[in-house]
Ligand binder design. Structure first.
Ligand SMILES: Cc1cc2nc3c(=O)[nH]c(=O)nc-3n(C[C@H](O)[C@H](O)[C@H](O)COP(=O)(O)OP(=O)(O)OC[C@H]3O[C@@H](n4cnc5c(N)ncnc54)[C@H](O)[C@@H]3O)c2cc1C
Length: 460
């Protein structure tokens, strides 16, 4: 590519074009997952829709591989690409809350924390994930689940419309009324259809919650998993509650006597007053042995959303595998416990996030996100700050997944997949919706410009 073309492109932006050799380059190319090292040719840090249109046109016209970056949190690092163009939206922040309509217009560069901060001032929230540094864009486009999902659904179930720049450089709005097919595809189909520049979300009244972790010695995990499995279907939908098999970190604020010991954790968030939260949890907690610690308390919703941020800073080694889980049999529990006993690092974990309540009230064909009959979205994540542990955490994750996958459904939450799982996994994930997704991909991106993602290939 001629320097002149790059210069002209750079000059056409209100944002910044960052190239190899620029002082900002090393920082700008970094991703959340320290295991991924990619060196793009160009990073277009866009500040408005016009910049995004220019970047899409430039990438397409110069045959560059194009990656789209929201928060950069994606496991396999699909927010970047070697030798190609990164369309970096991280500067496109801004949240406008309409408290009367209970909606928020959200820039595609916002993190969940940006959104929670802005909406909490009005006593409102949109259901999203559990770590506030995650980008709202990548999370939303592949589904988005968190503490509020049992009551209010996935993040996509609260999406009213999105503005999107398509592969031909045109900018359109997708909603139930405008381009409804595209709107269907955006709700679960990931970054396959274009660059979303802003989202309009439905908000809900969520202010203070009763939330926090309860931890037990992992020797009780079998009982806890059985009781949790029985309790969840009848539990009030105000209660978001995920289960984790993990290790107590050897650092404050954890009590020193438990440092490095394997635990079973229930992370709870009751959307309502403390008394009602205690009441909701009592049938489960009262039937279990005494925990090592119970740190539940009343707090503002953004406090629980950012509770784990400090434990998972940018730049650690991550290897992920996921599955949708329908039932948790005793045999499956035994397989989990055998693998969880072999964790290669204190940060490595297995979580089961509920996919029920309001998520089940949306039909599997109503949005691209197909797996509405799952009960949990499972993630196994091998994590360590030390790059030399990349091998062990990856191996442990794969072995763990191999052991439990036979008990699970065929597909997984696309945001919990790496990039080495193959087309069959995506087909299993999208099920009956896959054919329609391929047809829409063929219509909106026939040349597969947007292919640095969990790729749905257009028909030949
Ligand atoms: C610590 C941690 C905790 C997490 N917890 C949760 C959780 O509780 N719930 C949950 O649902 N998920 C969770 N996730 C997964 C998370 O949803 C994904 O990592 C997601 O990809 C992050 O979005 P991002 O914008 O940061 O992604 P990026 O890495 O920036 O982008 C990922 C992909 O999304 C697409 N994309 C991003 N922005 C756009 C855009 N504007 N237009 C079109 N396509 C775009 C692109 O295909 C891109 O390759 C977690 C991840 C981490 C690392």
């Amino acid at each position: 590519m001629r320097d002149e073309a790059k210069t002209k492109f750079g000059e056409s932006l209100r944002g910044t074009l960052i190239q190899r050799g620029d002082s900002a380059y090393e920082d700008a190319r970094k991703l959340y997952n320290g295991m991924i090292e990619k060196r793009p040719l160009l990073i277009a840090r866009c500040v408005d829709v016009a910049d995004v249109i220019a970047a899409v046109n430039f990438g397409r016209d110069n045959d560059l591989l194009v990656a789209i970056r929201g928060g950069g949190h994606n496991g396999p690092g699909l927010a970047s690409v070697d030798d190609g163009l990164v369309i970096d939206l991280s500067a496109m922040k801004g949240v406008r809350v309409d408290p009367a309509a209970r909606t928020a217009r959200v820039g595609a560069g916002c993190t969940q924390g940006d959104v929670d901060h802005a909406t909490h001032a009005f006593g409102l929230a949109v259901p999203a994930g559990i770590i506030s540094t995650t980008g709202i864009a990548g999370l939303t486009l592949s589904g988005g689940h968190g503490y509020l999902s049992r009551k209010y659904g996935l993040t996509i179930d609260n999406l009213i419309e999105a503005d999107i720049v398509l592969a031909d450089g045109s900018c359109v709005t997708a909603s139930m009324e405008k381009n409804p097919d595209l709107f269907w595809a955006l709700r679960g189909g990931g970054g396959n259809f274009g660059v979303v520049t802003s989202f309009l979300f439905q908000l809900h009244p969520v202010d203070r919650v009763f939330a926090g972790p309860i931890a037990w010695d992992q020797k009780h995990a079998r009982t806890i998993m059985q009781r949790y499995r029985e309790f969840l279907p009848g539990a009030p939908e105000e209660l978001g509650i995920f289960l984790g098999l993990k290790t107590v970190l050897s650092s404050a604020p954890f009590p020193e006597e438990f440092w490095g010991k394997r635990m079973c954790l229930l992370m709870c968030c009751y959307d309502g007053p403390e008394e009602k939260g205690r009441e909701a949890l009592a049938p489960l907690i009262d039937a279990l042995p005494a925990p090592w610690f119970n740190w539940m308390g009343a707090m503002p919703y953004p406090a629980v959303q950012s509770m784990f941020d400090g434990l998972y800073p940018t730049g650690m080694q991550w290897y992920w595998r996921g599955d949708f889980v329908k039932t948790l049999s005793d045999e499956a529990i035994d397989a989990h416990l055998e693998q969880a006993a072999k964790t290669p690092s204190e940060l490595s974990l297995m979580h089961l996030y509920p996919i029920d309540g309001a998520v089940h009230r949306v039909g599997s064909g109503e949005t691209a996100w197909n797996c509405r009959d799952a009960t949990w979205s499972m993630v196994i994540a091998g994590i360590d700050p030390n790059p030399q542990k990349a091998g062990p955490v990856t191996r442990w994750t794969k072995d763990y997944w191999d052991a439990v996958h036979p008990f699970d459904l065929g597909g997984a939450y696309p945001n919990f997949m790496m990039d080495d799982e193959g087309d069959a996994r995506l087909k299993a994930t999208y099920g009956d919706n896959y054919t329609r997704l391929v047809a829409l991909k063929t219509r909106y991106d026939p040349a597969n410009l947007f292919r640095v993602n969990q790729n749905i290939r257009p028909a030949a």
